[in-house]
Design a protein around this ligand. Structure first.
Ligand code: IPM
Ligand code: MG
Length: 389
């Protein structure tokens, strides 16, 4: 019976559609942290909840303490119990940690008990060696970009791939008297395996982008950089479609403000990546816009805004939640393979910017252009984005 066949066909389509948007349960650990952290994480959760509702997923959240909040409650920046809770999750969403380094009592503590030590311990314990920091100039935010129009041109879009569990951050260090003179030592160590695994991630990402890798080092001075260059060149042989160039880190710092358009993937070690990613974020207009993902070899990741805890504006309701919201989008994409849902968040952010809503950090620099946009606070920005999912 043609009629029956038609019904069967229709049922098959329904079945296929059900399979395509299968319901997921996302087990997420949140680290609200210090300063503006709790405010911006709350907005990211609001947006995630909207996505879950719209796309029929469920989310289980669990909070853990880290940084100053954990020092105050537990006497240390990250407890073993908190690490175990994070490890048991599918992904971690973090706000920010730390306080004012000159005035906060946390910075009177020995270094291993300060807020940042918690984050470093978490990165190391979860083996989060690959840190992705996209720096992208939104068309709508050109007026907030400190570079001249002729430098900005048609905008730029780069991905900083920073090694996150090696180098100076995790080398041996000490402060002692040498011949009666107080002397501090930090050591920068990389082995070939650590370099190879981050290089592979860098080339893999480049394959999905414009297929160019700029490997940044200081090979004219450092042995660790010379090994870096050698291993990156070896890895490059497996990616013939990708153009590899090497750049010294001081030159890279200059090129980022001189001609940021030239970059696609910047691949670099821990300390250089820390410094260059702050610089790259500033040329996009605001660090409040930039998300980041820290990944290991599985689907697990820690997602956090690139900016810090901004203690000066904490509790004022003016912090930009967009970087955290975009980090939640990265989480959906990288840890859960939910590309449609991630796209929906990114599109909602773009829409809100197009409609002229701005937090204070992304207001146009020129007085005359401020009247063209509407300044909003943290909660309002979260509401606007969530409404557009
Ligand atoms: C970052 C931060 C951290 C780092 C600090 C808080 C330890 O600056 O994520 O870039 O240096 O890695
Ligand atoms: Mg930094």
């Amino acid at each position: 019976m043609p009629n029956n066949r038609y019904t069967m066909w229709f049922l098959e389509i329904l079945q296929a559609e059900k399979g395509a948007c299968h319901k997921m349960n996302l087990n997420i650990v949140c680290i609200p942290g210090d300063g503006i952290g709790p405010e911006i994480v709350a907005e990211a959760k609001k947006v995630l909840d909207k996505v879950a509702q719209k796309y029929n997923h469920s989310i289980t959240y669990k909070d853990i303490l880290m940084g100053g909040a954990s020092i105050d409650a537990c006497g240390e920046p990250l407890t073993e119990e908190a690490i175990a809770t994070a490890k048991a999750a599918d992904a971690v969403l973090m706000g920010s940690i730390g306080g004012n380094t000159s005035t906060s009592p946390w910075y009177k503590l020995p270094p291993h008990l300060r807020p940042e030590a918690g984050l470093l311990k978490l990165r190391k314990s979860l083996n989060l060696f690959a840190n992705l920091r996209p720096a992208y100039l939104y068309e709508e935010l050109k007026a907030a970009c400190p570079l001249r129009d002729d430098i900005i041109g048609s905008g730029f879009d780069m991905m900083i791939m920073r090694e996150l569990t090696g180098g100076l951050y995790f080398g041996e260090r000490s402060t002692k008297e040498v011949d009666g003179v107080l002397t501090a030592i930090d050591t920068l160590t990389y082995n070939e395996n650590e370099i190879r695994r981050i290089a592979i991630k860098g080339f893999e990402i480049a394959m999905k982008r414009r297929k160019k890798v700029t490997s940044v080092d200081k090979a004219n001075v450092l042995d660790s950089s010379r090994l870096w260059r050698k291993i990156v060149e070896e890895v490059a042989k497996d990616y013939p479609e990708v153009t590899l160039e090497h750049m010294l880190v001081d030159n890279c710092a200059m090129q980022l403000v001189k001609d940021p358009k030239q970059f696609d993937v910047i691949l670099t070690e821990n300390m250089f990546g820390d410094i260059l990613s702050d610089e790259a974020s500033m040329v996009t207009g605001s660090i409040g816009m930039l998300s980041s993902a820290s990944l290991n070899d599985t689907k697990f990741g820690l997602y956090e805004p690139s900016g810090g805890s901004a203690p000066d504006i904490a509790g004022k309701g003016i912090a930009n939640p967009i970087a955290t919201i975009l980090s939640a989008a990265m989480m959906l994409r990288y840890s859960f393979d939910l590309d449609c849902e991630a796209d929906a968040i990114e599109a909602a952010v773009k829409k809100v910017l197009e409609e002229g809503y701005r937090t204070i950090d992304i207001m146009p620099q020129e007085e005359g252009r401020r009247a063209e946009v509407t300044q909003v606070g943290t909660v309002q920005m979260g509401d606007l984005i969530s409404e557009r999912i």
